[in-house]
Structures are given as C-alpha cells and as structure tokens.
Design a protein around this ligand. Structure first.
Ligand code: LLP
Length: 400
C-alpha cells in the first residue's frame, strides 16, 4: 500500500506518484505472453518519459519506441541499448533523421514516400545504410476515441499497402537503405482484439508478398495500443493479444516488436492534489483543487475518466465538478463526480495517471510542473523536482 498522505506531506502537491513495482508487473505479464517467441518490448517513451521510468524499463530488458530525437536521447541516456531503440513519427526533421542514423539505432519507422527519400538522401550524405521499417496504414477502425485512432486512411499516419510495396522495392534497390521491418499501429486504448487481429493479418499478408519478391523483413512491429481499465472497461489480456498476433503470423519467422506505453504505466501512476475550496454556483457544486489541466489534461482534452479517491473521507456523497485554478472552463479533473463534503487540505488521489499525465503537462498560467516520485519496494524517492518560477521563466529572462 502506498502512503499517499505521507508522500503529499513530504513532497507537496500537486504530485505524481509512480509504483515502479506495478510497472514491472505489467512488463513481466506482457513478456510472459510472448515467451518462446523472438520479441522486443519497446516501451513507448511518450507515455511517461521521465528518465527514471525509462531507466526502470531498460533494466527490465525493454527497448524504446521514440517519436522525436529528444526521446531517442532520453532512451540512450536512460541506458536503453541502441539496438533496441526505434524512431517513429509522421514528421521527422532532417537533423533528427541524421542523428538517428548516426546513433545507429535499430530502425527508423518511415511514414511516407517523401520521408523515405529524405532518409535515403541523408544516409547517402553520411555514407551509411539506414535500417528502416515502413509504417503501413491498414485502414482498420480500432473503435477507440477518434483523437487516438491512427489506423484509418483518414488519419495522418502510415502509408497505404501499394505505396508500402513501392517503398520496399525502392529501399531494396538502394545502397543506403536497409529494409528490416514492417510496422503498424492502429490506435491507443484498444479494448477490442478483432481490429488488432485484422490489421495484423493484412500486414502479415503484405510481409508474405514481399518475401515472394525476395524482400526479407526481420521485424514485425505491431505498435502499441493495448488498453487499460480506467473505469469498467473490459480489456484485452496479454495472452489473448499475443495469441492473436501469433495466429496472424502463422508460418512466419520474424521478431515481434511491440510498443506498449499506456499498458505499462497508466495504472501504476497516481496524481495527488489537495482541496483548496468547496464552492457552489446555484445548484452546482465545485471542489476546487491545486492540480489543474496543465498537470493532467486528459479529462479536458478527451473527456477521459479518471477515478478519484477522497483519502480518509467518509460520509454522504453528492456530485461535484473537480476543477483546478486554471482560467478555463475546460479545466477540470472530473465532472459530476460523487464526493463527500471536502475541507481545505483534504487529499484527492486521481488514479490511472501514469500514462500521458505528466508528459502532456504544460506551464500554462505560469504554473510550474509538478514533482514526480517513484515508489519501489516500499521506498520512495524523488525522480523529478517541482519546477520553480525561475525554471518556468528560464528561457525568457535573458531577453528582458
Ligand atoms: N506506438 C505508436 C506508433 C504510437 O503512436 C503510440 C501512441 C504508441 C506506440 C503507444 O500507444 P499506447 O500503448 O500507449 O496506447 N495522449 C493520448 C494517447 C496518445 C497515443 C499516441 N500514440 C491519451 O492520453 O490517451
């Protein structure tokens, strides 16, 4: 049991708390599901990019799926071996491509014909052969929130099958490109297996048709997206997930690369915030807290549900909007949430905040970002200090 009260007292609020043992347990469960198969679990750094979190997964044997050169640098700094680092993303700059090739990472996931041209050119300038994988858009509806759906032609991600074929042929014929993998990622917070299986079948068929023209790919990259329980969702078990992928891959000897983010971190993270005031506007009840949309934007951005626990509070509940100090009506952590009557300094624990929480934070309203704390084997430690006012203005003050 994590002593949230003590942590809030020691480190202050708002505060992110991560249970590193819970992260390990999630990692192990996924690893177990792919046991006996060649596989790489490349942690999607964007979900929670704190260096200590990335290092924790590196020590478990994870690779890293990165979407900017900043994330690649983080992964290297945290001790992820370069041969387990991938670089994905729809808009890579030339300097990012150059640095990734020079860093000799496992492969670059290429997302357009134009990008393939840039990668080839830059590799030629460097006198190198760039290992690449192509992100295929299988045109599958993943049945998740439209903002985090990525596998439809309507979405900006990946290329169509025909374009992918052309690109693999171009890569095979190039002295500066080494096609080693194939990639898809249809969306995030997936709770249905069928779309993943369908996508895997489409991409595995493409892989077979490439083999027929002598293009041998080693890595079958299934992206991330495994959903978690925020409320009462039914989720996909790691076992069923792995079985569906293996069924699609029947007869193919490939290394499976998986890019889980949320699955590894979401439910291992908590956001602690203190009550400032109770207030009413007419019949409407508000609980005003010291955490806000700049700390945790998921409720505002996606109307995402996060369970909220009023620590050590009992008594009759009534619904309230839990709102922060930011000057936006969209600044809320929950709407119409049943809570007992709260008092100044009472503690609220916002659950499932370990993925896309801190990382999507900002300094909006000149609010310093929260501190982050790791709890591991009963011990807690700071893994990011709270930002000060000086931190927030650091990039501006010299220009006054
Ligand atoms: N691989 C690729 C290519 C991705 O685009 C993503 C997530 C992942 C892996 C990791 O997906 P995960 O396993 O975490 O579902 N901010 C949103 C989620 C955005 C996901 C973006 N891509 C949220 O808070 O729900």
């Amino acid at each position: 049991m994590i002593d949230f009260k003590a942590l809030a007292q020691n480190y202050g609020t708002p505060l992110y708390v991560y249970d590193f043992d819970a992260m390990s347990a999630q990692f192990e469960s996924l690893k177990e599901a792919f046991r006996g198969r060649k596989s790489i679990l490349a942690y999607a750094v964007k979900a929670n990019s704190n260096l200590s979190v990335v290092k924790h997964f590196a020590q478990e044997g994870a690779g890293a799926d990165c979407v900017s050169i900043g994330e690649v640098r983080r992964a290297l700094l945290a001790g992820v071996p370069k041969y387990r680092i991938l670089f994905s993303g729809v808009g890579k700059r030339d300097d990012e491509i150059r640095e990734a090739i020079e860093a000799d990472i496992l492969y670059i996931n290429v997302e357009s014909e134009a990008e393939l041209g840039r990668v080839e050119l830059i590799a030629r300038e460097l006198g190198k052969e760039a290992r690449i994988s192509i992100r295929v858009n299988p045109n599958i509806d993943p049945k998740t929130h439209p903002y985090i759906s990525t596998g439809l032609h309507d979405n900006k991600f990946g290329v169509e099958i025909d374009a992918a074929k052309r690109m693999y042929i171009q890569a095979k014929n190039s002295a500066n490109l080494d096609p080693v993998g194939i990639h898809f990622h249809i969306g995030s917070q997936l709770t249905e297996l069928e779309p993943i299986y369908e996508a895997a079948v489409i991409v595995a068929d493409l892989l077979r048709s490439l083999q027929a023209i002598d293009i041998e790919l080693k890595f079958f990259d299934i992206g991330g997206g495994l959903g978690v329980r925020y409320n009462d969702e039914t989720t996909i078990t790691p076992y069923d997930y792995a079985q569906a992928i293996l069924a699609a891959l029947k007869g193919l000897d490939v290394t499976i690369v998986c890019e889980p983010g949320r699955f590894l971190t979401a439910n291992a993270g908590y956001f602690l915030t203190k009550v400032l005031y109770e207030k009413r506007n007419g019949a409407k009840r508000f609980v005003v807290v010291d955490g806000a949309m700049n700390d945790l934007i998921r409720p505002s951005l996606y109307k995402a549900y996060h369970r909220i626990e009023a620590l050590e509070k009992t008594g009759d509940v009534s619904v309230a909007d839990v709102v922060g100090p930011v000057c936006e009506s969209g600044d809320f952590l929950a709407k119409e949430y049943p809570l007992p009557l709260m008092e100044h300094n009472d503690l609220l624990v916002v659950h499932s905040a370990g993925a896309y929480g801190f990382g999507m934070g900002s300094n909006y309203n000149t609010r310093g970002r929260s501190a982050e704390v790791a709890v591991e084997k009963g011990q807690d430690r700071l893994i990011r200090r709270r930002e000060t006012f000086d931190d927030v203005i650091a990039c501006e003050r010299d220009y006054l």
